[in-house]
Design a protein around this ligand. Structure first.
Ligand SMILES: C[S@@+](CC[C@H](N)C(=O)[O-])C[C@H]1O[C@@H](n2cnc3c(N)ncnc32)[C@H](O)[C@@H]1O
Length: 183
């Protein structure tokens, strides 16, 4: 799906890259892209190790980006990606991300978001409902987000939800495009 959605893109900024393993895999699979991983500062050593091991010219050294506080530079990329992050961070951080991303991406920019989502307050599976309860028990600020909430945050930031793909293990890939009139 990313090959399709990023076919005409050049520079992807990833948030919450985690270990960096996905960044290395995606950079290898899509050599026409420059892939920029990022995460909290404490995660960067692990990502650097994956970047060094991958040895790919199109995989960049990770940036420290904390979505609670970051100011995303305007026009720095034409695509963005994040996987399994919106339910890990507080709603305010997700809102902040969407609030800045339309501007950071520039006209026609694209944002792909992978992860588990609820729809109109309902979970697609018992396992996702259990996962949500577990997350909230561990930290009340975490929790699986509703697509309606995500789409509303996106719209406020100048991004429109255009497509959604069902992915394995009850996850979705949501695809947003930056709209000029939204900014
Ligand atoms: C469940 S992991 C997902 C990692 C990777 N994307 C994956 O799918 O395997 C969530 C990631 O979000 C990052 N994260 C949590 N809070 C964050 C924040 N405020 N700003 C940026 N990244 C954050 C964590 O450090 C972690 O790497």
């Amino acid at each position: 799906m990313l090959r399709r959605e990023f076919a005409d893109r050049r520079q992807v900024l990833e948030f919450g890259s985690g270990t960096g393993q996905h960044a290395a895999g995606f950079a290898r699979a899509m050599p026409w892209l420059s892939w920029q991983p990022s995460d909290l500062a404490v995660r960067l050593d692990g990502i650097r190790a994956w970047v060094a091991r991958a040895g790919l010219a199109n995989l960049r050294s990770p940036l420290a980006i904390d979505l609670r506080t970051a100011q995303l530079p305007a026009g720095s990329c034409d695509a963005a990606f994040t996987a399994n992050t919106l339910h890990i961070m507080a709603e305010a951080a997700g809102e902040r991300l969407f609030g800045q991303l339309g501007n950071a991406l520039g006209p026609g920019g694209r944002f792909c978001v992978y992860g588990p989502f609820a729809e109109d307050g309902e979970f697609s599976t018992v396992s996702n409902a259990r996962f949500d309860a577990q997350l909230r028990q561990g930290n009340p600020a975490m929790g699986i987000r509703d697509i309606r909430w995500v789409a509303a945050c996106a719209r406020r930031g100048g991004l429109e939800l255009r497509r959604r793909y069902a992915m394995p293990a009850n996850n979705l890939l949501l695809v947003f495009d930056a709209t000029v009139e939204g900014r």
